[in-house]
Design a protein around this ligand. Sequence first.
Ligand code: NAD
Length: 276
Amino acid sequence: SKVPPIILNNGVEMPQLGFGVWQVPDAEAEQAVAIALEAGYRSIDTAAIYGNEEGTGKAIAAAGIPREDVFVTTKLWNSDQGYDATLRAFDTSLGKLGLDYLDLYLIHWPLPSRDTYVDTYKALEKLYSDGRVRAIGVSNFLPEYLERLISETSVIPAVNQIELHPYLQQHAPREFHAQQGIATEAWSPLGQGKGLLEVPAIVAIAQKHNRTPAQVVLRWHLQLGNVVIPKSVTPSRIKENIDVFDFSLDTEDLAAISALNEDRRIGPDPAVFDIG
Ligand code: NAD
């Protein structure tokens, strides 16, 4: 594959760059995932709430790639938290994807006020010990919620998928994850494209390397050790976003991008987000 893997804390290999399909309707997701697989992506990030697990699964099946060469992630939606509901939701997701095992299952949001994420995670542990999923993890968990999981359950999450881009660099969570052996996966790695890709410092680095701003931002993530899952439905951009393994940023470039941090979220605050 074009994309080198990172090794998760249970030894499982995960491609460091994958394809995200948030906000892509089911039929369009089928097309976009097909293009992504054709372009060399071997990791797909979906979620029950995205409503495109079926299209994603169809594209994977149609691509004819050996199952073990594709890394598939989906996420448990908020309304399915709780031990039994989680087991049922997993079966539903796997059925929609048309798979007989999953590579990575994530709790989509912590919902701290509901206090259900520990029981929910115990259901993920059950799915993991039954061999139905190769790795389990979480999304949008603050370090304090991870600490609670680590003290009250037995499997340390393999991944925490969090909002992370040059405007929100998540220094403390990244350091905490590294100490605990949890991989940091960046959602909205391009800051949803809004404005970030026009920032003069990023445009200048792109010109210097004869690359695009999106490629520079993805390279910044990769060199920091983050897993990234950029999204696009535009074929040329889908290809552009994976074409980032034949150049590197130098320390000056990395420092210039790191100087853009504003601790500014685009998405919801996980401490209060409570929808669904
Ligand atoms: P992103 O940062 O990947 O940005 C995507 C947008 O950037 C595109 O819609 C397009 O407008 C633009 N873009 C993409 N490639 C480009 C290019 N080469 N040149 C110019 N513009 C380009 O944003 P995202 O979709 O929010 O995040 C990526 C993935 O992360 C999602 O698809 C989803 O899988 C995941 N995600 C997870 C959560 C979560 O709560 N766990 C939340 C949001 C997103």
